[in-house]
Design a protein around this ligand. Structure first.
Ligand code: SF4
Length: 138
């Protein structure tokens, strides 16, 4: 079954180069970034990965009461002091530097020099659920 991608529609309409597609949701590793770029996105937007890097405990209380008891998602001055700005900044920098390093490794394995080369390259992806079927069909 062919499942057209959103970007296929943009290509058919002749506007793919005029639109920047940013994808989000469930992006927790550099491999997730690579997969979503290969599916056609130009870039990604992260959230949970950053929060967890700041030691978020996923308690889902971001918008209730005084806000985050860890001092991450709050405007309460006392709670905000729970996080050291330099420490938090360095943690986020480390996260994205590690992802960058892994993405460079992935691109190298695919013989690519830039992540732009990976955009829309669904041929680089394999759906594990269909791997056996692909092997038996060939
Ligand atoms: S309240 Fe703080 S610790 Fe809890 S989910 Fe939100 S950011 Fe994470």
């Amino acid at each position: 079954m062919h499942c057209p991608r959103f970007t296929d529609f943009l290509i058919e309409e002749g506007v793919r180069d005029k639109i920047t597609v940013i994808a989000s949701g469930g992006i927790r590793t550099a491999h997730d970034v690579a997969k979503i770029i290969a599916l056609g996105a130009d870039g990604v937007c992260t959230g949970t990965a950053d929060l967890v890097r700041l030691e978020c405990i996923r308690c889902h209380n971001c918008e209730s009461g005084r806000g985050c008891a860890r001092g991450i998602a709050t405007t309460d001055a006392e709670l905000m002091n729970l996080i050291d700005l330099e420490w938090g900044t360095q943690r986020i920098i480390n996260l994205f530097l590690a992802w960058r390093k892994e993405l460079v490794r992935i691109l190298k394995r695919l013989g690519m020099k830039s992540i732009r080369e990976l955009v829309g390259r669904t041929d680089c992806l394999v759906h594990l659920d269909y791997m056996g079927k692909q092997a038996s069909n060939s």
